[in-house]
Design a protein around this ligand. Structure first.
Ligand code: ATP
Ligand code: MG
Length: 325
């Protein structure tokens, strides 16, 4: 466990068997259904556990114990300050972009890069897989990356090139990137739902979904499917935010949009249950093409930062910050 997680993540129970009310039979059912860690139980709903064959009363009891164990319940304002004091910023490797983001990509929340094709969304994601591994004093999180790729655009060669720019051993870097290709929206959701254990095992501090929306767009077509699409996507994003909180990790998603930025996400981050996610935050960065390899990043939504723009460049070395000419 990373040093800065200790305060936030003062887990009382280490394994699901430690939870009061969980005997061998219940533990087996939980594992069988993918609830393999205390975090997974804490972020489950009662009905999910009931479907897994666990009685309702037990389900309620163990979820509550798991949530308490990882400090997920109501928090006092002063405690919230303490919790938020554990938020870290992950460098993008581009000083101009870091500055726009108030120091980098925040942990414990979702950051979305959206823009047209070729605007550098996947390039930024691949670079973050490298920078997350940097030491804290260089803006990293000293952890690994989990990369869920829906468009088959992740390129290890690119990561190798970027690693050497940051003076990291490319082979070591690749070992700390856990990659999964998602073939359908359902597959994408299942991958994330079962990610707890791997996140813990590999000290993952960055979770990427590139792109979060492409499968949903192609599978849920037409107005009549809009509501179910939003609902499913909402569930997916809530799982993501819960993971980012539980592990003090940064969560980054990409979303391709046409020239006219859409409102795909605008209504998406209201907490569904309200009780777990009282302080959901979500930053959005719009990318557009400039001249040649220049891209302009614009912070369009932030919980607390002013809007602003930063130029970046996509080069052989990865994504680089650029000063205004
Ligand atoms: P999409 O919506 O299609 O997924 P994207 O926003 O993810 O697009 P990226 O794949 O991140 O786009 O960026 C593609 C851009 O990166 C292209 O302009 C390409 O020329 C540039 N690029 C990729 N690799 C290199 C490289 N090795 N050197 C310089 N530029 C590169
Ligand atoms: Mg892409």
């Amino acid at each position: 466990m990373a040093e800065d997680q200790i305060e936030y993540y003062k887990a009382k129970y280490q394994t699901i068997e430690d939870l009061p009310g969980v005997g061998p039979a219940t533990a087996a059912k939980l594992r069988e259904n993918g609830f393999k860690t205390v975090e997974a139980v804490a972020t489950a709903t009662v009905s999910e556990l009931v479907v897994s064959g666990i009685g309702e009363a037990t389900a309620e009891k163990i979820i509550e114990a798991a949530r308490k164990s990882i400090a997920f319940t109501f928090v006092r304002g002063d405690e919230l300050v303490k919790l938020r004091s554990n938020i870290r910023h992950l460098t993008t490797g581009c000083p101009s972009l870091d500055q726009l983001l108030g120091g980098g990509i925040e942990t414990q929340s979702i950051t979305e890069f959206y823009g047209e094709f070729g605007t550098g969304k996947s390039q930024i994601c691949q670079q973050l897989c490298v920078t997350v591994q940097l030491p804290y004093d260089q803006g990293g999180l000293e952890g690994g990356a989990l990369y869920i790729d829906t468009e088959n655009t992740f390129r290890p060669e690119r990561v190798i090139r970027i690693s050497s720019r940051f003076n990291l051993d490319p082979q070591d870097v690749l070992k700390k990137i856990i990659f999964a290709e998602a073939y359908t929206s359902n597959h994408q959701m299942v991958l994330l739902e079962n990610a707890d254990e791997i996140i813990k095992e590999y000290n993952i501090r960055l979770i990427i979904i590139d792109s979060v929306t492409s499968h949903f767009r192609s599978e849920y077509v037409g107005r009549e499917m809009l509501a179910s699409r939003q609902q499913t996507l909402n569930k997916h994003l809530h799982k993501l935010i819960r993971l980012s909180r539980a592990f003090n990790a940064a969560a980054v998603i990409t979303n391709q949009v046409m020239a006219q930025p859409d409102v795909f996400f605008s209504k998406m981050v209201q907490p569904v249950g309200g009780h777990i996610i009282g302080h959901t935050s979500h930053s959005r960065i719009f990318l557009r093409k400039g001249r040649d390899n220049v891209r302009i990043a614009k912070l369009t939504v932030s919980p607390y930062l002013p809007e602003g723009e930063a130029p970046i460049k996509i080069t052989e070395r990865g994504v680089e910050g650029e000063e205004y000419a």
